[in-house]
Design a binder for this molecule. Structure first.
Ligand code: FE2
Length: 430
């Protein structure tokens, strides 16, 4: 007797009428038209069953703090960093944990079951680090959390910055972070990349750096990150987040840089909602979009994910933990409107970030963890178009969240009343 059987599901790769058998928290079988008895059977009615959403770039220590102690008047990255500096002395562990847990609830309800969060290690008290370690412990039964030691004010620019970051790793933080473009000079930025990659190599940890989050076409920290990755043999373990400078770089130079990145198997995380709002702020018109070169990096064989980065914090007043919202923006900014491009954008918020976070147990295949999301959509492209309702969210075979299907009742003059899924019923499976 199976624990759970999902029938008549469509998968993100386009396979239809599939059954998914679940036993002991794992996927036992994926096949068309399975007929087996189970404690619970769910008829997916042709809707999309997807691997969970994964966000490989977030700031859980800042989330849901919008308006504290004031709002970001200019909306710029630099005012956001200054505002975060004003907020930090006012933070308490209790409030940090409470906001992190609240966001975790939002995440699970949206089928977002794994988050890599950066945590600011600049303050020697490490209060945010200890708060997020406690949040990770509290959320472990329902959400995978990875924590990155992130020296927001620059690991070399901050007195004692390297010591604080190292102590955060000693406490159990998972990943080494950095922010080379915020150091005082290009040389200091390169030095920070070298030091942090060496630290990660010594400890056997992954690296995930905010890297060249600027519009400066001459910034060269991505090149340094690729070089240090190759020099230290960290292939596949290093991630560059943002890389927005690549948007503005000379095309000839980028043709060399992408080859270097591919050689070191650098992973890439773009943050479309944040990049499109924070970059190009010094431009008049035309305004640059600022997001890194997503389709070109994918074409070179690099793993590229889309992250949420911010939700209602000093840098961004919007967001809801909806990774389809993130992918929808990424699709538009990168002009990835082909069928293949839309599929890649869906993967950029599911399988690609799972790969970057080392979550090989995610996926709809036999032997994988039985964690998945049933969406009110009949294809990945339709899920993106509608930012589809998450009907049911499962983790390790257990139902964690349910949301009723979105329907509309129409009472139009001269026509019989009608209740329908208005934007879904007339479009087929495209
Ligand atoms: Fe970030």
């Amino acid at each position: 007797m199976l624990d759970l059987l999902i029938t008549h599901a469509t998968l993100a790769d386009g396979r239809r009428d599939m059954s998914i058998a679940v036993q002991d928290g794992k996927i036992a079988e994926v096949a068309p038209g399975l007929d087996a008895s189970a404690h619970e059977t769910v008829d997916a009615q042709g809707q999309l069953l997807s691997a969970p959403f994964v966000d490989a770039h977030f700031h859980l220590d800042a989330t849901l703090s919008y308006g504290l102690p004031r709002v970001n008047a200019s909306g710029t990255l630099l005012e956001g960093i200054a505002l975060w500096g004003e907020l930090k002395p006012l933070l308490t562990a209790e409030a940090l944990i409470e906001r992190a847990l609240a966001y975790g609830d939002w995440a699970v309800s949206q089928g977002l079951l794994a988050i890599r969060t950066h945590v600011d290690t600049s303050d020697p008290s490490l209060l945010p680090v200890e708060a997020l370690l406690e949040a990770r412990r509290l959320m472990a039964p329902y959400l995978d959390l990875q924590i990155v030691a992130f020296p927001q004010d620059g690991v070399l620019r901050t007195p004692g910055g390297l010591d604080s970051l190292t102590r955060a790793l000693d406490l159990g933080v998972d990943v080494v972070g950095g922010i080379p473009h915020f150091e005082r000079s290009q040389a200091q930025g390169a030095e920070s990349v070298r030091l942090l990659c060496e630290l990660a190599a010594q400890r056997g940890l992954p690296v995930d750096m905010h890297c060249d989050e600027s519009d400066d076409p001459l910034s060269r920290h991505v090149e340094t990150l690729a070089f240090e990755t190759q020099r230290l043999g960290l292939h596949g373990r290093v991630t560059g987040s943002h890389l927005t400078s690549m948007h503005s770089m000379d095309n000839y130079y980028v043709s060399k840089l992408i080859a270097l990145m591919a050689e070191s198997r650098l992973n890439v995380i773009a943050n479309p909602l944040i990049n499109i709002t924070l970059q190009g702020r010094h431009d008049t018109y035309p305004k640059r979009r600022g997001m890194t070169r997503v389709p070109e990096l994918m074409a070179a064989g690099l793993t590229v994910a889309f992250g949420q980065d911010c939700v209602m914090d000093p840098w961004y007043s919007l967001g809801s933990g909806d990774m389809l919202d993130v992918a929808h923006m990424g699709l538009h900014v990168a002009q990835m409107t082909s069928q293949e491009g839309m599929r890649q954008c869906f993967e950029a918020v599911t399988s690609h970030p799972a790969h970057i976070m080392g979550l090989d147990r995610f996926g709809i295949a036999p032997g994988k963890e039985a964690s998945f999301v049933l969406l009110q959509a009949r294809s990945a492209a339709e899920a993106l178009r509608l930012r589809a309702t998450r009907l049911r969210v499962y983790r390790r075979g257990r139902l964690l969240a349910q949301t009723p299907a979105s329907t509309t009742r129409l009472d139009l003059p001269g026509r019989p009343a009608e209740t329908s899924r208005i934007a879904q019923d007339r479009t087929g499976a495209l």
